[in-house]
Ligand binder design. Sequence first.
Ligand SMILES: NC(=O)c1ccc[n+]([C@@H]2O[C@H](COP(=O)([O-])OP(=O)(O)OC[C@H]3O[C@@H](n4cnc5c(N)ncnc54)[C@H](OP(=O)(O)O)[C@@H]3O)[C@@H](O)[C@H]2O)c1
Length: 280
Amino acid sequence: MHTTEAFRLDGARALVTGASRGIGRAVALALADAGADLALSARTEAALKDTAAEVVHRGRAAYLVPGDFAEPAAAGRVVDAAADVLGGLDVVVHNAGVLPTRPDGTPLLVPLPRSAQDDWEHVVTVNLDATAALCRHAHRHLAASPRASLVLMSSVAGVMGAPMMEAYAATKAGQVSLARSLAVGWARDGVRVNALCPGWTRTDMTAFAQRSAPVSDWLTAHVPLGRWAEPEEAAWAALYLAAPAAGYLTGQALVVDGGLSVPDGGLAGIPKPPSPFAGV
Ligand SMILES: NC(=O)c1ccc[n+]([C@@H]2O[C@H](COP(=O)([O-])OP(=O)(O)OC[C@H]3O[C@@H](n4cnc5c(N)ncnc54)[C@H](OP(=O)(O)O)[C@@H]3O)[C@@H](O)[C@H]2O)c1
């Protein structure tokens, strides 16, 4: 296979969840650029239609399979609807996810002892329970494909400590663990399974931090590359994991975080401003 073909997905049938905006939208467009037809999922149909229009503009088919992963039955419905409209599934990028939020929609960043059990349960329901349900339903469709790849959108928070985001981090670590277990269990079915762990990426989810210069400067000071990631930088990694180029890669957590999770023991000498969250 020529190298450029190894990064192509011509004719692949792909489901992307959380495709209405942010990283998921960028993943959908990257897969379409590589030749895949798309089933697009999220709660907000108007925004999904916008992503679908961009996919069609790139010459590929796009179908809407909306659903709310806070509902226990939604993941199964979304997967089966996607397989139905596409005639099967070769690629699933399960990207939908949430941070705990306040009633006004801003992120709820508080240490675990001061957080509520309800907040924990909502994040676990959407991020982890729905992931397990989606994987359970996706298996039979992916096992029928000659080029199956499942990508779980985890986070660097799943592979390092994340105080004030304990519930989120636990669900993201759970996705990494699930990817490893499924990779081994499904390898002989021809299904590769990997987790993708982005760092701080410029999307709606992190708008609260982008808006505040002290918070943004503090966060990026801890990133060796010294900046936010753009959604496409996670999307291109997802494309790689989905493509034949990663044909011998399974059970891994690919971290795309600008070096954030690499311990340097302070030796790099990058100055860090005081935490804006001190005393929270
Ligand atoms: N941004 C970062 O810095 C970062 C870093 C590491 C990992 N991640 C992970 O990357 C993924 C995407 O994050 P993002 O930053 O792109 O977030 P985002 O901009 O907030 O987008 C989240 C996506 O998930 C969908 N979604 C949210 N709740 C849902 C629900 N209950 N049911 C179905 N769909 C739902 C949203 O669509 P609707 O609102 O229309 O449903 C949207 O399409 C998440 O899993 C996140 O944990 C993000």
